[in-house]
Design a protein around this ligand. Structure first.
Ligand SMILES: *[C@@H]1O[C@H](CO)[C@@H](O)[C@H](O)[C@H]1NC(C)=O
Ligand SMILES: *[C@@H]1O[C@H](CO)[C@@H](O)[C@H](O)[C@H]1NC(C)=O
Ligand SMILES: *[C@@H]1O[C@H](CO)[C@@H](O)[C@H](O)[C@H]1NC(C)=O
Ligand SMILES: *[C@@H]1O[C@H](CO)[C@@H](O)[C@H](O)[C@H]1NC(C)=O
Length: 762
């Protein structure tokens, strides 16, 4: 008999997760789906003929072939619109989503990479090498009209809902159309025929008490379980009916299938409401059973803890008195005055300008659409930085320092008051916000130069008509009052603002240290945004939820923070040591190539204490650190990670010491192949970014390793193939490394593998 292995009910998972020693509680779990396997160089002989038809046609043909065995009645798929071709590497990343009876299978994904008319990699089931992670059984006979993806009753409900909501607006007079009414847009997700749940309106429509086809009920049931606010929970429980009428933030809801794994290795479909629920401290993407919303099938928290030529427009640069890029914290160096630090390729309008129509602060919309705003405060196209002492979710009009028309942000940092006591961090808020604004913008600019750009889902209000979804700069809360001794980042899909909350630290009681001033913590948080948007495509924020994938989400942040602060002379580096006032930082070990100092290997994940994502991430960051230093040993070290700025014709300065010699196409002036960073540290950063784009949704360490090795194949023709294998193998991630019995929250048994491919043996 087939039986479901794991369709988690909330009670069990809550117990498993309560131990999180953080002020902010977070849920994250899902069905034990087969681990993705990353298939490199799949045989695609039958496709050779169509190689000239372009990558999209090739992708369709490949997926058709892959799914031919079970593409019966009711089965289909679509290519997600966040798929893109990376102009630097020429790799097309296609994100394919399965549809069954017109309903999306939320975890039915194929991530397909195509280059030079060939599929170079895709993800498949662990066991059946040519099966994608698609549901392969019969399509269930549900009464969903294929046009809308909604059941007949659901369709009526949405129609009624719209009518209900439109009426008062029509009555209010005027020509209200769907497109120009921002409020309506917020309430209902018209374009893909799904209802958003405006709970303040739903009750009036009046559903029978037990009608769980009502997404509002599903949302409330979920919130009842998920909230940490006891008051809110009992309020919802005691006033469930009234609560439906109470004002909540609109919750986005749509019908979907989620796969439930069966003992025989196949999957079964569960019909769920996929809900996007924002609570005070979490932004959940949850899937709850339509037939019983108390069964939470999957939940991912979008919040993670710390744990071109337009540059000739000549925008104002700004002057900032800050701990400059590379200085990790106030103990590592003095402040200096940095003039015009922005990178004109990444931020063509500088850090303080954007078209008026793109500003989230709607009162700036009073300007003509194409007016370029000259903002004198700490916000702009990439970041809105401000205080949030009250720890609230409002942010538009929070306090921000003003640099005046010359954009001079020079503020005092006095740690002691006149009478000799430690100063309240609030007394230097101007400096704090300036530093946070500077650091986050530098991260934006650096990551942009390694390929975290508009089409791959970066964070910008305005995308310069370069593709991707805009309107999503990072909201950066300085000295956020909602917690201490931590930091977190919320990463919704591309097109919705990310939110970073930085806290003060009081580990040793008074005085507080201000996390905003430790660049490593800011870099760690921003990197959640990077890895979440690059893995599995910009529109899917659920690929790094838990286990090894969630752990790597933490690990990339530590790795990048450590790499950015690294200097030519080798050092070990702790993480978060300044904010926490702990020599060895907030992880188990400092990052070190010396295995006496940091003994982590792949197998370390099986130890007790390696349950949580931060401990898992520490192991991943250590492995990357070791690999990077093997690269530095071979290729040397670049003092800066910022590539040079190309000239107006697109050529890099001849004498630059950053890239290997570049050849340009005589006609187009474009490099004939992607420029290759010359040094070990910069090349490693590039491979890590390119690897994130190649790897599948929910990768494990093994898939991420393979993606980095494939990235090297693409960029350098594989010149570091054996070096990379050897370095990964030195920490147990060689070709014989393996994992069995992974569970959603980690677990599983791993084997360290120290072997390398035969051609790399000496
Ligand atoms: C912003 O400054 C530019 C000159 O740098 C000016 O042309 C433009 O009118 C200014 N925009 C506004 C809204 O004042
Ligand atoms: C020291 O000065 C600060 C403000 O400058 C004040 O808040 C604090 O109460 C003073 N402490 C003592 C012990 O006088
Ligand atoms: C850091 O910790 C030490 C004790 O370990 C303490 O003496 C010192 O005052 C602390 N410094 C700050 C700024 O918290
Ligand atoms: C590694 O660290 C240990 C402990 O600090 C030290 O004894 C050893 O010499 C180090 N090894 C190398 C190669 O630096």
């Amino acid at each position: 008999m087939r039986s479901a292995l794991l369709l988690t009910s909330f009670a069990a998972s809550a117990l498993a997760l309560q131990a999180t020693p953080l002020a902010r509680r977070s849920l994250s779990f899902g069905p034990v789906l087969p681990q993705a396997r990353f298939i490199l160089d799949p045989p695609s002989a039958s496709l050779a003929a169509s190689a000239t038809a372009g990558p999209r046609a090739l992708a369709i043909q490949f997926v058709n072939e892959l799914t031919a065995q079970y593409a019966g009645e009711g089965h289909s798929y679509y290519i997600r619109e966040d798929s893109y071709t990376d102009p630097r590497t020429g790799v097309s990343h296609f994100y394919v989503r399965q549809l069954v009876q017109g309903i999306e299978v939320a975890d039915g994904n194929i991530n397909l990479n195509i280059r030079d008319g060939k599929v170079i990699s895709f993800d498949a089931d662990q066991c059946a090498s040519r099966f994608p992670q698609f549901y392969r059984g019969e399509a269930p006979p549900v009464g969903i009209s294929p046009n809308t993806g909604l059941s007949a009753s659901q369709e009526g409900y949405c129609r009624e809902l719209r009518a209900q909501f439109l009426q008062p607006m029509r009555a209010g007079g005027g020509q209200t159309t769907l497109n120009n009414n921002a409020h309506l847009q917020r309430i209902m997700n018209i374009h893909d025929s799904n209802c958003l749940v405006p709970s303040e309106h739903l009750a009036r429509i009046g559903n029978p008490k037990d009608d769980y086809s009502d997404p509002a009920r599903a949302a409330l049931t979920f919130m009842l379980h998920a909230t940490t606010d006891q008051q809110l929970a009992s309020d919802i429980a005691n006033n469930f009916e009234q609560r439906l009428a109470g004002a909540q933030r609109p919750v986005r809801a749509h019908l979907a299938y989620v796969q439930a794994p069966m003992e025989d290795g196949t999957t079964e479909l569960a019909l769920v409401w996929k809900l996007e629920v924002e609570l005070q401290d979490n932004f959940y993407e949850a899937a709850v059973r339509v037939s019983d919303p108390s069964v939470i099938v999957q939940v991912v928290d979008w919040v993670s803890d710390v744990g071109v030529d337009s540059h000739r427009l000549g925008r104002p640069g700004g002057t900032y008195n800050v701990w400059k890029w590379g200085i990790n914290d106030p103990d590592c160096g003095e402040r200096s005055v940095e003039e015009s630090p922005y990178d004109s390729v990444a931020s063509p309008l500088g850090w303080h300008s954007m078209p008026a129509s793109k500003d989230a602060k709607s009162y700036n919309k009073r300007f003509a659409k194409d007016t370029i705003l000259n903002i004198t405060k700490t916000y702009g196209n990439n970041v809105y930085a401000h205080e949030d002492w009250a720890g609230r979710n409002d942010w538009m009009d929070n306090y921000r320092p003003d640099g005046g028309k010359d954009l001079v942000f020079d503020f005092p940092y006095e740690l002691k008051t006149d009478n000799g006591t430690w100063a309240d961090p609030k007394s230097y808020i101007d400096l704090t916000i300036t530093q946070l604004f500077y650091t986050t913008n530098m991260i934006h600019d650096l990551y942009y130069r390694y390929g975290f750009d508009e089409i791959s889902g970066n964070f910008q209000q305005y995308n310069f008509e370069k593709g991707g979804k805009e309107g999503d700069a990072v909201i950066a809360n300085a000295q956020d009052g909602s917690g201490y001794n931590n930091a977190n980042m919320m990463t919704p899909p591309d097109g919705t603002n990310g939110r970073m909350r930085m806290y003060t630290w009081n580990v040793h009681g008074y005085p507080y240290r201000d996390g905003d001033l430790e660049a490593g913590i800011v870099i760690h948080e921003y990197s959640h945004g990077l890895s979440t948007r690059l893995t599995g495509g910009p529109a899917d924020s659920s690929c790094l939820g838990w286990g090894e994938s969630g752990g790597m989400g933490e690990g990339w942040g530590d790795f990048l923070a450590t790499t950015i602060r690294s200097v030519k002379k080798y050092h070990d580096y702790p993480m978060g040591s300044w904010a926490a006032n702990e020599t060895n930082g907030i992880r188990n070990y400092p990052y070190s190539t010396n295995s006496t100092i940091n003994p982590s290997t792949y197998k370390t994940l099986d130890k007790s204490g390696y349950f949580g994502v931060h401990a898992i991430g520490e192991v991943w960051a250590e492995i990357l650190f070791v690999v990077e230093h093997a690269m530095v040993k071979k290729h040397g070290f670049s003092k800066t990670l910022f590539p040079p700025i190309p000239d107006a014709t697109g050529k890099y300065p001849e004498d630059n010491d950053f890239f290997r010699p570049i050849t340009y196409d005589a006609k187009t002036n474009k490099p004939t192949s992607p420029p290759i960073p010359k040094h070990g540290n910069s090349l490693m950063v590039q491979l890590v970014f390119d690897g994130m784009k190649l790897q599948p949704c929910r990768p494990g360490f093994i898939e991420a390793r393979n993606a980095i090795i494939q990235a090297d194949e693409i960029l350098t023709g594989g010149e570091n193939h054996c070096l990379l294998w050897k370095a990964f193998a030195s920490r147990g991630l060689g070709k014989d490394a393996s994992v069995v019995g992974r569970t959603p929250w980690g677990g599983g048994v791993r084997r360290d593998g120290f072997q390398v491919p035969t051609k790399c043996e000496e």
